[in-house]
Design a binder for this molecule. Sequence first.
Ligand code: PHE
Length: 450
Amino acid sequence: MTEETKNRDGFGSKLGVIAAAAGSAIGLGNICRFPCELGENGGAAFLLVYLIVVIFLGIPVMLTELVIGRRSQSNTVGAFKKLAPHSKWPIIGYLGVLSSLLIFASYSVVAGWTLEYIFKAATNSFKGENLAVIEQSFKTFHNTGWLNVLLQAIFIFLTGLVVFKGVQNGIEKYSKILMPMLLVILVVLAIRSITLPGAKEGLSFLFHPDFSKITGDTLIGAMGQGFFSLSLGMGALITYGSYVKKDDNLTSTAFSVMISDTLVAVLAGLVIFPAAFTFGVKPEAGMDLVFSTLPMLFNQMAGGYWFCLIFFILLAIAGLTSTIAMLEVVVAYLSEELHLSRKKATVIASAATLFIGLFASLSLMDHTPLKIDGFAFNDFLDFLTANILLPVGGLLIVIFLGWRLGKTEFFDEVTNGGQRKSPLKHIVFFIIRYLAPLAVAVILIAGLIK
Ligand code: PHE
């Protein structure tokens, strides 16, 4: 072990690793993005494809990232430099750093909204209002450009503060307590929602697949959502993997993260769709599903004031544990490869994010010129990153492990140098080497041609 690797910050406990990785996975992607994608892409059919994606692609890609990270003890660019010296493979790392910045820029827009909704909840501003009023207030809010930018800047600043404090003191400590709380509150909300009058319609939308609805868009949307939700394809888990201790079990970490992430997404669906059908919000209503439907749901609940307030606080925190991972990718790269201090790296990365994020934020106003190909710049960024850059990143990462790093190193890492049995390792390696690259490539091409 070199001096440099010995002195690296790292996760303190096994639970801490899972909490931090699950913290990065669970976020606005599960609670806001997943229902929107599902609503726009055919409901249950989308859910089915999504589940197949997370099980057969999500776990292998996640494990690959963790293996590369722990093996190299390095940031996402440094990892490929170490494992494949003097080659072009570090391009994967640079691509990851770029994806992280772009995702952070667009993600922080919605993350900023959660702060506004904490304020609205605290001041009880939804009480007794009907859907039209709540929808209008959401619309007025995202047309107030300066406020959106301000909240986004605050969110980026908060992320910077935690990342600056480092891995164990920052990321791990917060994730461990708050993620389980989020799960509990979602279960309570789901119970309330499925006892509403529109529950039957909502549940059938979620669970009765209409296979004729599976199109190229469904495939590419579900794959993009899977990569986005599990934080794959941009080096977040390479970076986190590099902080994992040598005797931790990477396979079970990947499983636990996948299961908790998927559970939260399905729970979010269970909260949102029965409520949406009850109040007459269309499944394809986008962010209104969260920012209008949920306040309506809280209005129907005993103690709704507190549920609303706690929910938006937890949503903001779930967003924060995800933005921490995005920023950490960039900061680890800047500080380890370009030898900047952690503080300088955090300031530079945050400033760059805010600069791009500004355009993303303002592009959501009604009469904005900030459009690309008819899409608001923010939606364009979201599509580009989730549906294209992350799958491409994931594709290259599995190709790297399957064809360059190879079986021996993979087995050594998943068995912790032979100390642990890993009965599925042959199958998983087969998927990584052959099936995963093929599946990602086919879906990407099929989706893009469509
Ligand atoms: N997985 C996070 C979410 O679902 C988003 C994310 C993407 C976080 C990429 C880190 C890296 O909210």
